[in-house]
Ligand binder design. Sequence first.
Ligand SMILES: C[S@@+](CC[C@H](N)C(=O)[O-])C[C@H]1O[C@@H](n2cnc3c(N)ncnc32)[C@H](O)[C@@H]1O
Length: 221
Amino acid sequence: MNEVVLTSDDSSSIYSSRFDALYHSKHGAIQESQHVFIKSGLQEFIHLRKTQELNVLEIGFGTGLNALLTLIEAESRNINISYKGLEAYPITDDLFHKLNYSSILDCENEFNSIHSTPWNEVSTISRSFTLFKKKCLFQEFEDEKRFDVIYFDAFAPNTQEELWNLDMMKKMYSLSRNGSILVTYCAKGVVRRTMQEAGFEVSRIQGPPGKREMLRAIRTT
Ligand SMILES: C[S@@+](CC[C@H](N)C(=O)[O-])C[C@H]1O[C@@H](n2cnc3c(N)ncnc32)[C@H](O)[C@@H]1O
């Protein structure tokens, strides 16, 4: 059975019995998401491209924490973000109600909206943030749209080898455009090389608390 657990920064995460893995780092779920996806992905893209409007794709929507942190960033910077979160196995309401992100981040209404909004349609969650939660396997996902920032937040390669192969990296490349940024918490050499083979320029950068490095990939053509 899946269950909610507490991580070292006092924010919750979920243990998945299907994958025998945690949804976040045990060293801190909020700290990890903020560092890997917001600071190293979203903020870096905004800094480089100086844009007021962008599309984010998340692979592995899970608890909705990355979506919530992205909404907070959009509101505080007054920029428009259109967010698509893919999830094959949505969490239950029971687990959702046990997560403590909205009390830590003081945004109960926003987090409730993120969760109660229907799957497979676009919803306006706030002035600056629209959300499309898509229930599907990433392997089966197709979209005409090209995304500016991709949060690749699948379970680790030793747990979900099928999501870290060259086909999946090429798929992410084709979902991006020149200047797009892809970030993941994973820093493995084989992942880095597979991303490079798919066409990305990849750097190892400072990881979140408890982890030395992570990967940031940029599409340059
Ligand atoms: C590491 S957790 C992601 C945590 C999430 N980003 C969060 O902040 O809560 C990985 C997520 O990917 C989902 N997942 C696993 N296999 C998938 C697949 N093939 N396609 C889409 N989502 C998948 C899992 O159900 C889980 O929610």
